[in-house]
Write a protein that binds this ligand. Structure first.
Ligand code: ADP
Ligand code: SF4
Length: 688
């Protein structure tokens, strides 16, 4: 197959030290919640990226020593030779498809919890750990620095033995010792490792030299470096020390992998950073200072943008974490000129949230992410239909669209109906909110595909009741009827409906999304949900008026969004927009032109005057149609999916729809059997 000339440069091989990447598609290191706890799942996921055409596939940060123990997070681990076999499963899966395997060696210094190992944490200077725990890291003395260099060197040797082609020295995300030494704010040393930039860079220089000496004949040595902390003069800046570092080390690494720091800046969501490629403004100077290949990131999913970056000499390799998660077959699709088939990352950071919660990775756009080994799911392949059959999917939200699409791909005749004039369900509604426009891609990507297929009929403006469903005569029915936000106040902190409230208008997020905005007078938003919706609505209403109070039982707004790396930005945005925040408070009662709040600790009451209350509490599942059809009986399959089954994230709804389609007509129990494919620790050596 000939690649479209427009994108041909993306498929040129790139020499990286002693190894050669077959093309310019580079999956940079990214966390995934699998790591040393779930090595087969990790290998399955990484191998799938290699199958999808990525020329380089990397691990996540990989702990080199017990003094860098990231428990409870499941990252990579290469403490000693016993870790090699698990890592070999990954390199083997990557090599099988002709890709290079890279390992991101990491020592996390004062960013390591050491909860498992109870080993003292290390840092350039004495300092509190980077978590709210009552423990400190100690300043490394010269013996510690020598030991650390030896651990890094030994880890590099083990990495080579495990089959890695590229070995990283990692100074990024404000997470690792080389960067901690480099940043003046974290390095108060008075010896040759502190003070001047030359001194603060000494450790990095030594690591690069020693990694080269150890494995440089066989493996490329990559340097991952955060050139800018996006903190202006309060942090490292690309225009100043960031640039100076690149000048000083220019030809030392075989590859520069450059980004911004910390993680919340490197993995910004579309809500706060809508522009794909946003990091290039910080990183693209690097190419001018080195002859070594440079890889950069910034949610790069557009092939035209990628080709332009290479053509203009801004990058040599197109780095991706999230775009490779949303579409592991992105390179293969570009090669086949199937651009329209690319599932674009929506920048929601649900993938990040899974890792932050210690669970295996998932993705809103790609429901097979993390299920490659456990369930044997392939993002591009699905079993053909077992036997000819027709299916009806009611509801064209994320669950219904995904279910219909996968059933259609399997070859079934699919009818998709929705009461609304537009498809998309909650995706269409939520993506109209401030900052969430990119979420629309969840519906758009699926609709585009569905509309190409001859075996799908979609009916809009079609509310169906049980009689209408039965009249269609389709025996297999999937109900993706969704959920609506409750209007009665019932939620986490209030299990009984609220009473009272004369003169206070009650609204829900659905009202806001459907254009029914609060009337004149002060507005209270009660965010008992504590995820993104309450903060998004406050942000939206604050652009229209200045009398908004957000009440939350939590100590901060949108606490769940800490997992998506957004909480700080949300709180900042609301404060800057003039939203009053009443934290640690629950909605106790609705009064006359006011609400009564109760302190979640003392119960002490206070009142807030308001004309309207937006209740962001719980959602009620839309199950009336299910109940009616169940009572009628007679259908071969009647399955509730998505938010009608379990209100959750859009990612959960997509996953639910996908799963239902995968297991339609499968052997009974196949779904459950697959779920229980587990990685169980073996106990080969007693006492070790
Ligand atoms: P999910 O997230 O599970 O996909 P959504 O709430 O996004 O759920 O979408 C549910 C969709 O189902 C909405 O677009 C709604 O209009 C549609 N719907 C709900 N009940 C019916 C019904 N009885 N007939 C047709 N469409 C329905
Ligand atoms: Fe992109 Fe969201 Fe998928 Fe992460 S979960 S890769 S941010 S679409």
């Amino acid at each position: 197959m000939t690649v479209n000339a427009r994108y041909a440069a993306l498929f040129e091989p790139v020499r990286i030290g002693p190894v050669t990447a077959k093309n310019r598609f580079y999956q940079v290191p990214h966390c995934n919640g699998m790591g040393h706890l779930r090595p087969r799942a990790e290998a399955g996921m990484r191998g799938m990226k290699a199958a999808g055409g990525w020329g380089v596939v990397s691990t996540q940060e990989t702990e080199i020593h017990p003094s860098s123990d990231l428990t409870p997070y499941a990252e990579g681990r290469i403490w000693d030779a016993r870790d090699i076999p698990a890592l070999r499963v990954m390199t083997g899966a990557v090599h099988e498809h002709g890709a290079l395997a890279a390992v991101q060696l990491a020592h996390n210094g004062f960013h390591a919890s050491n909860i498992l190992t109870r080993t003292p944490a290390l840092a350039p200077s004495d300092m509190a750990l980077d978590f709210a725990v009552p423990a400190q890291a100690r300043a490394m003395d010269k013996a510690d620095i020598r030991a650390f260099r030896r651990w890094h060197r030994d880890a590099a040797l083990r990495a080579r033995e495990a089959g890695f082609d590229i070995v990283y020295v990692y100074a990024g995300h404000r997470m690792t010792l080389p960067q901690h030494f480099l940043l003046p704010a974290l390095n108060a040393r008075g010896d040759e490792y502190g003070g001047s930039l030359e001194n603060r860079l000494r450790l990095t220089r030594e690591l690069l030299e020693e990694t080269h000496e150890a494995v440089g004949g066989d493996c490329a040595v990559a340097f991952r470096f955060a050139v800018d902390e996006m903190a202006g003069p309060d942090g490292m800046q690309a225009a100043e020390e960031g640039r100076a570092v690149v000048e000083m080390l220019a030809e030392m690494p075989d590859l520069w992998d450059v980004n911004v720091s910390d993680w919340s800046n490197d993995s910004q969501t579309t809500r706060f950073q809508p522009e794909d490629g946003y990091q290039l403004a910080y990183t693209d100077f690097v190419k001018g200072l080195t002859t070594k290949p440079v890889v950069g990131v910034g949610r790069l999913s557009s092939p035209d943008q990628m080709a332009a970056l290479v053509a203009k000499g801004r990058l040599d390799l197109i780095g991706a974490a999230r775009p490779s998660i949303a579409d592991p077959f992105l390179p293969a699709k570009i090669a086949a000129d199937r651009i329209e088939a690319i599932r674009e990352c929506i920048g929601c950071n649900i993938c990040v949230a899974a890792d932050n919660l210690g669970g295996p990775i998932r993705c809103t756009q790609n429901p097979t992410m993390g299920e490659e080994w456990r369930r044997g799911w392939h993002p591009e392949e699905i079993a053909p239909k077992a036997a000819a059959a027709a299916a009806l999917v009611v509801g064209a939200g994320p669950a219904g669209l995904e279910c219909a699409l996968q059933l259609a791909r399997r070859g079934y005749d699919v009818t998709l109906a929705d009461a609304a004039p537009e498809p998309g369900g909650r995706v269409a509604r939520e993506s109209a909110l401030k900052g969430l426009g990119a979420w629309r891609r969840v519906a758009d990507n699926r609709l585009y595909d569905l509309r190409q297929r001859g075996n799908v009929e979609m009916y809009l403006n079609s509310p169906l009741d049980a009689a209408a469903v039965l009249e269609l005569g389709i025996a297999n029915v999937f109900l993706a009827t969704g959920a609506r936000w409750r209007r009665d106040g019932v939620g986490r902190t209030c299990r009984a409906p609220l009473t009272g409230g004369g003169g206070v208008a009650i609204l829900t997020p659905d009202d806001i999304m459907e254009g029914r905005l609060p009337g004149a007078g002060p507005v209270v938003i009660y965010d008992d949900d504590q995820a993104y919706m309450g903060g998004v609505i406050a942000d939206l209403l604050a652009t229209l008026r200045d009398d908004i109070t957000l009440v939350t039982p939590a100590p901060v707004v949108s606490p769940w969004c800490a997992h998506t790396l957004e909480q700080g930005r949300i709180q900042t945005a609301l404060l800057e927009a003039g939203v009053r925040i009443e934290a640690n408070a629950r909605l106790a009662a609705l009064g006359e032109g006011r609400v009564d709040l109760a302190c979640v600790y003392t119960g002490a009451r206070r009142q807030v005057d308001c004309a309207s209350v937006v209740l962001v509490t719980e959602r009620a599942r839309e199950t009336a149609l299910y109940e009616a059809l169940r009572d009628e009986g007679g259908l071969s399959v009647l399955e509730v999916i998505g938010d009608a089954q379990m209100p959750g994230l859009i990612a959960d709804a997509v996953y639910s729809g996908h799963r239902a389609a995968r297991y339609f007509q499968a052997d009974p129990g196949a779904a459950e059997a697959a779920l229980y494919r587990r990685e169980i620790p073996s106990l080969p050596e007693e006492g070790r």
